[in-house]
Structures are given as structure tokens and as C-alpha cells.
Design a protein around this ligand. Structure first.
Ligand SMILES: Nc1ncnc2c1ncn2[C@@H]1O[C@H](COP(=O)(O)OP(=O)(O)OP(=O)(O)O)[C@@H](O)[C@H]1O
Ligand SMILES: [Mg+2]
Length: 493
């Protein structure tokens, strides 16, 4: 077996997993940590620093610092200090660091490299990433949607049962965005049935909400100095404050209080988890709605959803899982190493059928090399077998045209499950009872006898088929009871 590398290039962090030729899988460590901050810093000597080095350098000159290059994917170039740098070059700097660390561990270049990307990314964004990987020295980088990698991990590493035809919902709440996807298991691997997300809902936005909340302390001038620094000392304060806010927020997922020092105000504030939850609830409450929407869009019946898998560091906020449970009526799976799921899953999904019980389609093949001047532009990359099918266009990224892959199985249409037929039949019986009352009962009883029927309307919102049947049985019993009483009183009078 040859060595392979899975890379999850994230907004806040980049994680990588390595499979050695003997089959052992491990996380690549960067300065001793499995997470490399995706941050970059453009030095005045033209060198681009990455990770912790970039964060440290930013304390002297934040104008040369970009903490989240992935968020700039559509921008083409970014102004750092006086230099305008292509976004692709920033990606390349991060990926080159991953390459050098993995080669150092392995002693050679990995034979296969799989890079993950958000499922909603279209061909243009995917090419920025793939070209950057090639420029970083990966000869033949393949691409894989992040939720497919997460689904492979859910099945192969965590051992959850997802039968062919069923799906796992991947709820990825990372640093930059929130993404929800329904990933169905097929005979050959996984396919993304529906995907949507919120571009301005990530850990960074929670940090900004905390800063906004603190602004009632001190006056506008002081906050102006902190948030739009002019001198080197103010810039240093600004970066340090941002880091402190993020760390305080993260602590509040583990404990109920955290202290935070606000430099220009020279004041320490006491934050509580309750306060954070009150503050962020309106933001977080948007996520379950998106999850519900992708489940409905996927067209799968409720019982075909095998589970909801929370990934991304911001899913550690306890309120995230609570809201999912409360709004969707099902618990979510959340594990400790949330940030490493996608990189490890990329290896599992791309793995040829073997000991791991996941068969995945081959990742997107590498693009043809750069076009030769004067020749026709290269044909667009072939779409993967797991590309979105009944994809609902999200306003933030136009979806690629539906792929026409002869190998992909035709989409399964979900028929109406048996319990729903039973419930419908019971409702029909109830309607007949009502018609009978109309025929025999005096006018004053009509409204009363229609009550059970009206009460059936809210039932249309019940999403568990057998619960619906149970309610329908109660309805029929109620209707019968009222009818018998009516009949009795009519015959008495
Ligand atoms: N204990 C915690 N509580 C709250 N938030 C946390 C915690 N741990 C990490 N985070 C947040 O998770 C975010 C980073 O998550 P992650 O590394 O999964 O994102 P990413 O993959 O870089 O981003 P994306 O997937 O959006 O591109 C940061 O905003 C970080 O503050
Ligand atoms: Mg991520």
C-alpha cells in the first residue's frame, strides 16, 4: 500500500491525516498540534508566513495579516501591507507547509493526495484550490466534498449503521461558515443529495457577536482605538484582544464562566455561558432551520435519515446540539476531535475497497495541466459521481449544472411509506363518519362533529409516520364517541 494524505483546508484551521504504507493512520502535527492555523502573513521580504508564525508576526503589523484566506476565495487578490497577493498564492503557502510537514514525517512524498472542499463550492472555487495544491508541490491532487469525507468517517471510523439508500446529515459549523448536507450511502460510496449553508455563520461571527455585546462598556472613542488601530502598539492590542475573545468563547463551552481583559478600557469583564447563549441564540437558531430544509429538499423520508453528525470546532458550543435536538426531535452525534474528522474521513472515502466498510467513488481526477497558449481552453473537470443531484440552488453559490454521469445510479424516488397510507385511510374513515353525521344529525351538531376533523389539520405537521397513525386512531375514536353521543341525544329528543 502506498502512503496517502488527506487535507482539510479550513477557514480557521487546516488539518491533515496521513496513511503510512503499513496502513497506520495518524494526524500530521504542526508545531505539536494537529491543527495548523490557516492564517498567513506577508513579510516585507516577500516571504509568506503560515500558521502560528503568521499569528505571531501579526502582532507587529496586522495589515500584512490574513487570518482566514479561505474566506477570500472569490477575491482574486488580497492586499497585505503594500503587496497585492493572489489568493491562490496564500492557499499555496498553507498547503506547502502541509506538504513539508507530511514529507518530513513520511520521509518521502505521499503517492495520493485528497483535498476536501465545501460541497457548495462550484468549479471555479475548486480550481483555485486544486491549482494552489499543484503549485504547493502536490503532483496530482484530487478533490472531495467535505461532507462526503465526514460521512465516510461516521460509518467507517465511528461504526454507525447507514444502510445503502439511507443518509447521514452532516452539520459542519466551522470557523467561517455553517454548512449542512444530506449525504446518502449508495452501492458504490456516498452522494451529496442536498446542501445549503449560511455564509455569515461561523465561529468568527460568534466572536464578533461577543465583541458587539461588550461595546456598551466604555465609550465610542475607546472602541474606535481598539478596533481600528493606528499605531503598532494599538495593532498589537487589537490582535491580542481578538485571540482573547475567541479563547474566552471556547472556554465557555467547557465551563460556565470566563474572564476577558479589554485592553483600552483597562478592564476585566466576567462572561457567563448564559450570557453567551442569550447573545448567540438568534444566530445559532438559524442552523436547525437549514438542516430541516436540506432534509426536506433531499426528498428522503424521515426514517431514511440515519443520524445527524456534528463536525467543525464551533459545534462544541453546547447550545448547538441542544437546538438541533429541540428543533428536529433527534439527538446529534458529536465527538471530541471535531476538527480532524474531515481530514481523516478524506482518507477513508478515497480508500480503495478494503478492510474499511466504505466503498467510495474515486475522488475527482486531477485536472489537465495548464492550458497551452493558443489552444482551446481545457474542458471543465468531470463531475464526481457523488456530486449534488436534487441540488437546491443556494443564493451564495450558483450550483454546477446537474452532472450527467452514465455510471451514477438513477435517483431513487421515495414512495409514500406504509404508515402514511394507514393514517390516510383512518382520516378517510373519519371523514365518512362526519358525512354520516351531516346526513342524520340536526344542523346545530354539525360544527361539533366537525371538531375532530379540524383538529386533524395540525397533524399534518407530525413528521414521524407511526406517530401520525397513533394520532389518526385517536381522532377516529374521538369522532366515533361524539357521533354516538349525538345519535343518542337525537334519538332521545
Ligand atoms: N470549545 C469551543 N467552543 C466554541 N467554539 C470553538 C471551540 N473550539 C473551537 N471552536 C471554534 O471553531 C472554529 C474553528 O473550527 P474549525 O477548525 O472546524 O473550522 P474550519 O474548518 O477552519 O472552518 P470552515 O470549515 O468554516 O472552513 C473557531 O471559530 C473556533 O473558535
Ligand atoms: Mg471545516
Amino acid at each position: 500500500m502506498s502512503a496517502s494524505l488527506g487535507i482539510d483546508f479550513g477557514t480557521s484551521h487546516t488539518a491533515a491525516a496521513l496513511r503510512r504504507p503499513d496502513g497506520r493512520v495518524e494526524s500530521v502535527l504542526f508545531d505539536g498540534s494537529p491543527l495548523l492555523p490557516s492564517a498567513v502573513y506577508a513579510g516585507d521580504d516577500g516571504q509568506v508566513l503560515v500558521g502560528r508564525d503568521a499569528r505571531d508576526a501579526a502582532r507587529t503589523d496586522p495589515s500584512r495579516f490574513e487570518p482566514h484566506p479561505k474566506r477570500r476565495v472569490d477575491d482574486g487578490t488580497v492586499l497585505l501591507g503594500e503587496s497585492e497577493i493572489a489568493v491562490g498564492d496564500l492557499f499555496t503557502a498553507v498547503l506547502a507547509r502541509v506538504r513539508s510537514e507530511s514529507e518530513r514525517v513520511l520521509g518521502a512524498a505521499p503517492a495520493d493526495v485528497v483535498l476536501t472542499h465545501p460541497a457548495a463550492w462550484g468549479p471555479t472555487r475548486r480550481l483555485v484550490l486544486q491549482d494552489a495544491a499543484r503549485a504547493a508541490g502536490f503532483a496530482n491532487p484530487a478533490l472531495l466534498p467535505e461532507p462526503v469525507a465526514a460521512a465516510a468517517y461516521y460509518v467507517a471510523e465511528l461504526g454507525h449503521q447507514v444502510p445503502v439508500g439511507s443518509a447521514v446529515v452532516v452539520h459542519d459549523f466551522g470557523g467561517g461558515t455553517f454548512d449542512a448536507s444530506v449525504v446518502r450511502r449508495t452501492e458504490t460510496g456516498f452522494e451529496v443529495l442536498a446542501v445549503d449553508g449560511i455564509d455569515d455563520l461561523g465561529g468568527v461571527d460568534i466572536d464578533n457577536a461577543v465583541i458587539g455585546h461588550l461595546r456598551h462598556l466604555g465609550d465610542d472613542d475607546q472602541w474606535q482605538r481598539l478596533l481600528t488601530p493606528r499605531t503598532a502598539a494599538e495593532r498589537r492590542q487589537w490582535r491580542g484582544f481578538h485571540d482573547d475573545v475567541r479563547e474566552a468563547k471556547e472556554r465557555l463551552s467547557r465551563q460556565s464562566t470566563a474572564e476577558l481583559f479589554i485592553p483600552v478600557l483597562d478592564r476585566e469583564v466576567h462572561l457567563t455561558r448564559d450570557e453567551l447563549e442569550t447573545l448567540t441564540r438568534p444566530l445559532l437558531a438559524r442552523a436547525p432551520k437549514v438542516v430541516e430544509a436540506v432534509i426536506r429538499t433531499s426528498g428522503l423520508p424521515d426514517e431514511a435519515i440515519a443520524g445527524i453528525f456534528l463536525v467543525g470546532g464551533a459545534s462544541r458550543m453546547p447550545l448547538v446540539a441542544t437546538l438541533i435536538h429541540r428543533e428536529l426531535g433527534r439527538p446529534a452525534t458529536v465527538i471530541d476531535r471535531l476538527e480532524q474528522v474531515v481530514a481523516h474521513g478524506a482518507l477513508l472515502a478515497a480508500q480503495a475497497p478494503g478492510p474499511v466498510p466504505v466503498q467510495a467513488p474515486a475522488p475527482i481526477p486531477a485536472q489537465t495541466p495548464a492550458p497551452v497558449p493558443g489552444q482551446a481552453p481545457p474542458v471543465a473537470a468531470p463531475m464526481p459521481a457523488y456530486a449534488p443531484q436534487p441540488y437546491q440552488p443556494s443564493p451564495r453559490t450558483p450550483p454546477p449544472p446537474p452532472p450527467q454521469s452514465p455510471t451514477r445510479p438513477a435517483p431513487e424516488r421515495a414512495g409514500m411509506p406504509a404508515p402514511l397510507w394507514v393514517a390516510a385511510a383512518l382520516m378517510g374513515i373519519q371523514a365518512l363518519i362526519w358525512l354520516w353525521v351531516l346526513a342524520i344529525g340536526p344542523v346545530r351538531f354539525w360544527g361539533v362533529s366537525a371538531l375532530p376533523l379540524l383538529a386533524a389539520i395540525p397533524l399534518l405537521r407530525v413528521r414521524r409516520p407511526w406517530a401520525l397513525v397513533a394520532c389518526a386512531v385517536l381522532q377516529v375514536l374521538g369522532a366515533l364517541f361524539i357521533t354516538v353521543r349525538l345519535y343518542h341525544s337525537v334519538s332521545m329528543s
